[in-house]
Write a protein of this length. Structure first.
Length: 155
């Protein structure tokens, strides 16, 4: 005679539903999650770097424009003396010796003053003067360049 309890102790393989993850599935899921987190961090880092570069470019344009505006207020003879002026990154100064604020820490600039002749074909006229170029750079490249022509004053 058989005991009914013996049959009920055996686990039945028919109709069982597996409800847990295997170790392999858990590893696969955590690998995918890690890759997604790494991609998001990488994208945020690239965006932050791009934002910093954009800020530097804007500040470079401001520094170039400000310096050129200061230079054209000088007497014509004094303007020639500014040729070859170089300010290394982090040491920008206004023409009257005031240091630029801290956001300009990564910027330097140089000035080029060249005597040149501008021709106005419509008027058949030549004008002698100075071409003034201000370039703003960081340690690696020129970020902004601005120039103007200052005509020689009439005597």
């Amino acid at each position: 005679m058989r005991h009914p309890s013996r049959h009920s102790c055996k686990p039945s393989t028919k109709g069982t539903v597996r409800r847990a993850f295997t170790l392999l599935e858990a590893l696969f899921a955590s690998t995918i999650l890690s890759l997604v987190v790494l991609a998001v961090i990488s994208a945020l880092s690239a965006a932050q770097m791009q934002s910093f570069e954009g800020q530097k470019t804007i500040l470079a344009a401001i520094a170039a424009n400000n310096h050129l505006a200061e230079l054209v207020t000088l007497d014509y003879a004094d303007l020639r003396a500014k040729d070859g002026q170089v300010e290394v990154p982090g040491e920008l100064m206004s023409i009257d010796g005031v240091a630029y604020p801290s956001p300009f820490w990564a910027l330097g600039r140089d000035v080029l003053v060249v005597e040149t002749v501008q021709t106005i074909a419509e008027l058949s006229t030549e004008i002698t003067g100075l071409r003034v170029v201000v370039r703003v750079n960081d340690d690696a490249r020129v970020l902004a360049e601005i120039q103007t022509f200052v005509p020689e004053p009439a005597l």
